[in-house]
Write a protein that binds this ligand. Structure first.
Ligand code: ADP
Ligand code: ASP
Ligand code: MG
Length: 451
């Protein structure tokens, strides 16, 4: 196979694909990186994924109204962007075609995970067409590429995992010739396809992951995630008011932040980049002067670097029927979780019980609980708890941090329900009442990360 020209991947999130100003920023960014052979990856327009998912929950009588609302969002952006009626009409003909297919899926009313992925896929398909067209009308040769043609996945619908070999082959076959001809591919984020050709998605926020999958497949020089904040902060800047930008962060730290709730990156984004040592940069579409955050293999010192949190986690307590664990109890229990595709964040074990936390919307919890009840007592807390994670290389060996943190929580009367320090020495996680998460995040940040 011919060598793929070296390139960079630039991904734009939903907020960057929302208004005329935002799309103009995208155009400027693509122009800036034109010499680096950019491959663009896009999310759906802001709010569109939510709107599409909502079609599965609304009464059928509301479908036409909801579809019109989705149409209007695209119509408004297209009319704001394109100078001629002809361009607007071309985009809207495409949008109408996609929405007609979507409405058909919604009318069937059978919303299994495969149908949900079919339903939600229209968002990225429409946005990529619109962005490719916007680049074209600004003298940048460009082509929409629907990633179901590229990203090969398993059939774990709504949370699919990509298959590296097949994906790499597809990416090179489809994207390399475009790049070589100076055409900027505009690839749908979020979507993949099974062997049988059924559309899958990579989980909410999955366009970040798409970007790194494409970057890995093409051996890109850099993967850029353009979003609506200046980069990765010491904590979510929308929640923690004194959060500061981090200029450099290691792969491990960024992965840990994403896995423990920092929405700025999809939890699996870093992994494909690590495999090929590709730097990931997080940048702000609305502030081209900011230099963003560089995520790379380089470690940048030890100790607390950032705080991530989840406002809500599911806490499951499993009590052994006999007073002490019989041999194999833990193995049996984790096997049940694994079989129901439930991934576990934290575990704490005492002599008679095991507590685990999970993300909400994760696997088939009800079915798993039913099976666990055959050999244990189980209690599930869905809305009561959240989690704060203190992240940084070498954090657990940092002297006194645990003592200081526990003292602080006790002083502020926030009860600690569970504590976990991983063996990898990069994360200390605390399970606390959901109602205290925001206060605790600000409190821990101000105490340990303010400057
Ligand atoms: P996009 O649509 O571009 O994918 P997201 O909403 O998925 O954007 O991610 C960006 C958001 O992530 C920010 O607006 C911010 O509120 C949130 N966020 C959470 N934690 C952090 C963090 N540590 N640093 C920066 N942003 C964060
Ligand atoms: N549009 C999808 C979502 O909202 C994927 C993404 O934006 O990354 O989850
Ligand atoms: Mg996102």
């Amino acid at each position: 196979m011919e060598k793929t020209p070296s390139n960079i991947v630039i991904k734009f999130g939903g907020t960057s694909v929302a208004t005329k100003e935002a799309v103009h920023a995208i155009i400027a960014i693509v122009k800036r990186y034109r010499k680096s052979n950019p491959v663009v990856v896009v999310s759906a327009l802001r709010g569109v994924t939510e709107g599409l998912l909502g079609l599965s929950k609304c009464p059928k009588a509301q479908l036409p109204g909801r579809i019109s609302a989705l149409r209007a969002m695209h119509q408004k952006l297209a009319s704001d962007l394109f100078p001629t009626d002809k361009d607007v009409a071309e985009v809207m003909a495409y949008v109408d075609e996609q929405l007609a297919a979507t409405e058909k899926v919604a009318r069937k009313g059978r919303f299994n995970p495969a149908a949900m992925d079919q339903l939600v896929s229209a968002g990225e398909i429409m946005s990529s067409f619109l962005i490719a067209k916007a680049l074209e009308t600004n003298d940048i040769a460009s082509r929409q590429v629907v990633s179901t043609e590229i990203v090969a996945t398993d059939d774990n619908f709504m949370q699919a995992e990509f298959q590296p070999k097949e994906t790499e082959k597809n990416a090179r076959r489809i994207l390399a010739p475009l790049i070589r001809r100076g055409i900027v591919p505009v690839v749908t984020g979020f979507l993949g396809s099974t062997k049988k050709g059924q559309t899958t998605t990579l989980g909410r926020g999955g366009s970040d992951y798409s970007a790194s999958i494409i970057g890995r497949s093409l051996d890109a020089k850099e993967i850029q995630i353009w979003t609506d904040v200046d980069g990765i902060f010491t904590a979510d800047p929308r929640v923690v008011k004194n959060a500061r930008i981090i200029s450099d962060i290691s792969y491990r730290e960024a992965s840990e932040m994403a896995a423990f709730g920092a929405k700025v990156l999809h939890p699996r984004t870093i992994r494909p980049a690590v495999e090929k040592n590709i730097p990931v940069r997080v940048l702000n579409t609305f502030n081209l002067k900011a230099s963003g955050t560089l995520v790379s293999p380089r470690s940048t010192g030890t100790g607390l670097k950032a705080i991530a949190f989840k406002k809500n986690v599911v806490l499951v307590n499993v009590y052994s029927d006999s007073m002490l664990f019989s041999r194999g109890f833990l193995a049996r229990m984790f096997e049940v979780f694994a079989r129901h595709q439930i991934s576990i964040d934290l575990v704490s074990v005492s002599e008679v019980s095991v507590s685990v936390t999970l993300d909400s919307n994760n696997g088939h919890l009800d079915a798993a609980v039913k099976e666990l009840e055959a050999f244990s007592k189980v209690s599930v807390h869905k809305d009561s708890f959240g989690m704060i994670s203190l992240i940084g290389e070498g954090i657990a060996s940092a002297q006194d941090i645990m003592t200081n943190v526990s003292a602080q929580f006790s002083r502020h009367r926030i009860p600690l329900r569970m504590i976990s320090m991983g063996a990898s020495d990069i994360n200390i996680s605390l399970v606390i009442p959901a109602a205290d998460v925001v206060r605790a995040a600000n409190m821990v940040h101000d105490e340990f990360l303010r400057n």
